[in-house]
Ligand binder design. Structure first.
Ligand code: ATP
Ligand code: MG
Ligand code: MG
Length: 370
């Protein structure tokens, strides 16, 4: 049976590997150490660095198709992998998503709106850009940021230079601060023959720059939800995607949609699909990269997903595991460092009955501190 090669050993690789096994595939992971989450559940692994050509070569030769749970492989590394095996999604897509400036330029080219933005290369351009965007705005590194690391809010001119100096690597992008009513995301898959599938729109809440809660379906006007899915489709087609991609969006108070960023892999905000859809985002991803049929996504339940972050959330594990309605998914990480994603829980509700604020709070009661 075909072997799927997964670059990266984290939780997204772990859940992809489990989905792959359920579909009869073997997985081979490229990870830095033997105890990473994905290695624990895969058939085999290459342990080494994704920036070492010999390691990449050995990994690619051990598999039939290469996919990613980790996006920051160098351009040379991507070229090397692509010269040995099919890489899905393609190296070209990864390169776009690795760089916020390229990403925003691409999104504009497929008629998708983004927040007003400018490239900031040096201190001189910094002042011009601040003038053009006006305060407040956000400075972000173009590369390597995640969970809100690699960005600073610039509230007033006095903060400008300190924010610029604090962010590495350069260059940076400056983005207008969006006063959004809601953050949402769409998981979109596209197969080898061009079939496009969108999961229902997800509503997302962040705490300290890290995703905390996702609710599905997002509580949006049907017309806005349709627009969000149409945008995700244009992005998938524009990229010639094979695989699954998460699209993060801001919904303005007037219903206008701006895309924040894209991630060409399963996405944290799609974890609710694991317990609310017969074919979840990981299964859809595996199907897309292996050329299996992509069924229309079916959401049989409404769902809430809560991330378990760091030692504080893991201290609640005894309560979580005793609760009748919480569906736990742990990632197998030994050390619960602050800010680290340790697992998540899903709660499902009969379709059409996603509760309001109090209901969500009640459903997650075992997770309430104190
Ligand atoms: P991740 O990859 O983990 O989603 P990241 O570090 O790449 O995060 P972003 O997704 O760009 O960072 O931003 C993190 C969060 O910060 C967003 O989900 C949103 O809540 C807020 N944010 C980012 N950009 C803006 C903006 N232009 N206006 C208002 N809020 C923003
Ligand atoms: Mg990001
Ligand atoms: Mg983001």
């Amino acid at each position: 049976n075909a072997v799927i090669g997964i670059v990266g050993g984290g939780q997204l690789g772990r859940m992809s590997a489990i989905a792959a096994a359920q579909l009869g595939f073997r997985t081979h992971v490229l990870a830095a150490t033997q105890d990473e989450p994905a290695v624990q559940v895969s058939h085999s692994a290459t342990i080494g660095s994704h920036s070492d050509p010999a390691t990449l070569r050995a990994f690619a030769e051990a598999v039939d198709v290469v996919t990613f749970e980790f996006e920051n492989v160098s351009a040379d590394g991507l070229d090397l992998l692509s010269s040995i095996r099919p890489v899905r999604p393609s190296g070209a897509i990864l390169r776009i998503s690795q760089d916020r400036a390229q990403e925003k330029t691409f999104l504009g080219s497929v008629d998708v709106d983004v927040a007003p933005w400018r490239l900031v290369t040096d201190e001189a351009s910094l002042h011009e850009v601040a003038e053009a965007l006006g305060y407040p705005f956000i400075l972000k590194t173009t590369r390597l940021g995640y969970d809100g690391k690699g960005q600073r809010r610039v509230m007033k001119p006095e903060d400008l230079v300190a924010a610029f100096d604090a962010l590495e690597p350069k260059p940076l992008v400056a983005e207008g601060m969006i006063d959004f009513g809601m953050e949402v995301s769409v998981m979109v898959a596209r197969g080898v023959h061009g079939t496009v599938r969108c999961f229902d729109v997800t509503e997302n809440r962040h705490v300290n720059g890290i995703l905390d809660l996702s609710l599905a379906p997002a509580r949006l006007d049907p017309e806005v939800a349709q627009n969000a899915q149409d945008m995700a489709r244009r992005i998938a087609e524009g990229l010639d995607l094979v695989g699954l991609l998460g699209v993060e969006m801001f919904v303005g108070r007037d219903g206008r949609l701006l895309v924040n960023e894209i991630a060409p892999r399963p996405h944290n905000s799609g974890h609710w699909t694991m317990d609310a859809c017969p074919v979840d985002q990981f299964a859809m991803h595996v199907r897309a990269v292996t050329g299996l049929p992509l069924p229309e996504p079916v959401r049989h339940s409404d769902a809430v997903m809560k991330n378990l972050i760091g030692p504080d959330d893991m201290a609640l594990w005894p309560e979580i595991i005793a609760a009748p309605r919480l569906i736990p998914h742990l990632y197998g990480k030994a050390q619960a460092r602050p800010g680290r994603k340790m697992g998540h829980v899903n709660v499902i509700f009969p379709r059409g009955s996603l509760p309001g604020e109090f209901g969500v709070e009640a459903a997650l009661k075992p997770l309430a501190p104190g």
